[in-house]
Each structure stands twice: as C-alpha cells, then as structure tokens.
Write a protein that binds this ligand. Structure first.
Ligand code: NCD
Length: 337
C-alpha cells in the first residue's frame, strides 16, 4: 500500500478494479477520502442529506432503509461525537450496530488488526466504520474485507465525513445549493496534525471556495505542494476578509507543545479571542470540529454566539452519516417512515 502521508492531499489511490465507475452515483464500496467523491459526489451526499435532515425532524426519526444490515464501529482511538454520530445514524436507518473497542478486544492480547478485522468481516457485517491513530489503516482494512469501509479519521490524514458535515452546515447557513463558489474560508490553527484540515481543504476547494490556511510555521505540514490554498500567519489580516472562520483544535496529544513557545502564545497569535471576535465580518460564520479547547483556539463566549455553527455541525453530522451509510449500503428501500 502506498504511504498516504507521502502526498497528504491525495492519499493512497483507490483500487480501480474494486471501485468501478466512481462514487456514489454508480456506488463505489467505500468512503475513504474526500478525493473519492469529487464535486459531484459531495453534492450527491448533500442532496441525500436533505432527506435525512427531514427524517430527523420527525416525531420518530427512524426509517427502515438499512433493516437487516449490520454496521460495526471499529474505533482504535478515542472519540465521542464521531462514534456516537455514526451509531445514531446507523440506528436511525434501522441497521443493527456493533461496537468494537480496541482496549477490551483481542487486540490487547496481541491479535493483529488484520486477524481482528477478518474475524469481524466473517460474521457477515455490511459496513465497518474505522477510526485509527495511523494514517492509511482504513485503506488496508478495505483491502481485507468484503464489507464497506468508512474512514472515521485516520491519524493526521483524513476525516471525510467531518468535511461532508462541514460543507453541509455551511451550505445550510448560506443557503447555497450550487456549492461554496467564491466563499472565503480561513482554516486556522494546528493544520500539521489535522485530518479535518486535509479533508476540508479538499472538500471546500472542490465546491469552489477559496481556502486560506492560517497557522504558525511550526504547525504547518512540511510540504504544502498540491494544496489548493493560500497560506498566511496574519490572523488579524485574514479575519475581516473571511466568510467562514474554521478553527482547529490544538492536538496536544500529538505533541504540539514542543512546537510552540507556549499555549498562551499560541492563543495570542492564533486564537479567536474576544478582542479578535470584533474583527470578524458581520455575517462571518465560526466553526470548530470539536472537541473545543475553550480559551485556547476559541474564547468561551464566542463559541456560543449565533454565528457559531458548532452545534449545527454536530446535529448535521448524524444526517450526513445517514446519507453516507445509505449511499454505500442502501437497498433502495423506501425512505418513508
Ligand atoms: C476531530 C477528530 O477527531 O479528528 N474531531 C471530531 O471528529 N469531531 C477533530 C479533533 O479531534 O481535533
């Protein structure tokens, strides 16, 4: 398998023999990278998400679309919202769900990931939602199993459903059916360690947005070759010109501290502090994938303002993941209640 980190914007190539014809119109089997989708695929997910947002507003927000299918969450890294969001999505589609936790599995007895995954696949499950601390693992898993694989975050590499829910949330806020054409989006913070940034750069630019990355030099990836972005380290200059300000979490578990003089200095240069909030354009939208370090990348009071979309992002995450699971596994069953 190719090393997905060697070209962070492209990731490992999909096997064309395994995925004839592109996704999702002729239904590829997996969602590993935003690059699998392209503009048309992203728009297709957005269109299907509209139906599931409507389902979510019903008194009983559940449809029989995936009855008889089994969706397994295979999380080898901590998660709150992504794991719960996928599980909620699968249940709202009437799929059966299974939850695999690395620490309480035979992985802790030394079983290899491959044997573990093949064991789960042999039970006849239909989808594996994979989160792993190493880049590229979902691609490996996809090569071992017959189930559909969804990348729920691999190392620093990609997090495609986060990017899809972010695109949907922006679209919902600005009311743009066509895409994010010409929208100026600033992605701010720890880009180096952020799979969210990588997937979002691909998704936002595929939909026509102009993306600016704002980060201290030590928190930029070693090479930005092939990234369709402008780079800045002047947050005060970028804020007034941005339609969307997307803040990234400082990934302290990935040893960011050694790359910064101090967290306080990071906040002084790159945090959306209360004072900087005054530099935002009137209708600028503020986003964060969560979990937030309040007072580090975003001031606590700004996270709660009306132009903050943080809660909408979480809410839309369920509908977007329903759309993804439905497009990958859908039986064509009626979406009616
Ligand atoms: C992100 C992740 O885990 O990649 N969070 C999430 O999925 N909601 C971002 C982060 O942890 O910073």
């Amino acid at each position: 398998m190719s090393d997905p980190m060697s070209d962070p914007m492209s990731g490992p190539a999909a096997d064309p023999a395994a995925d004839p014809g592109g996704w999702p119109v002729t239904a590829t089997r997996h969602l590993l990278s935003i690059a699998d989708l392209g503009r048309d695929g992203i728009n297709e997910v957005m269109r299907v998400t509209d139906s599931f947002v409507e389902v979510g507003r019903r008194a009983i927000p559940k449809v029989p679309a995936l009855r008889g299918k089994t969706v397994v969450s295979l999380f080898c890294e901590d998660s709150t919202r992504t794991r719960l969001s996928f599980e909620t999505a699968a249940r709202r589609l009437s799929a059966d769900t299974m939850n695999f936790s690395a620490s309480s599995s035979s992985l802790s007895k030394g079983e290899s990931l491959r044997d573990t995954v093949e064991t789960i696949d042999a039970m006849g499950v239909h989808a594996l939602v994979v989160r792993h601390f190493s880049a590229g693992v979902p691609w490996q898993v996809a090569s071992w199993v017959s189930a559909a694989v969804v990348n729920a975050g691999d190392g620093w590499h990609e997090h495609p459903t986060q990017a899809l829910l972010d695109c949907y949330t922006i679209r919902e806020s600005i009311g743009a059916d066509a895409g994010l054409e010409g929208l100026r989006i600033a992605i701010v913070g720890d880009v180096k360690h952020s799979r969210v940034a990588r997937s979002n750069v691909l998704a936002f630019s595929a939909l026509g947005a102009e993306v600016t990355i704002v980060a201290p030099p030590t928190l930029l990836p070693p090479s930005l070759a092939g990234w369709p972005v402008v780079v800045s380290n002047d947050l005060d200059g970028v804020l007034p010109k941005s339609d969307v300000v997307y803040l990234l979490r400082l990934q302290t578990e990935r040893a960011t501290e050694s790359l910064l003089p101090s967290v306080r200095e990071y906040t002084a240069g790159y945090g959306l502090t209360r004072e900087r909030g005054a530099l935002l354009a009137e209708r600028a939208l503020v986003m964060h994938p969560g979990p937030m370090n309040r007072g580090v990348e975003i001031a606590a009071e700004l996270a709660g303002l009306p132009n903050s979309l943080v809660t909408r992002q979480v809410a839309n995450g369920v509908a977007v993941r329903m759309a993804v699971l439905y497009l990958l596994l859908g039986s064509g069953a009626d979406l009616g209640a």
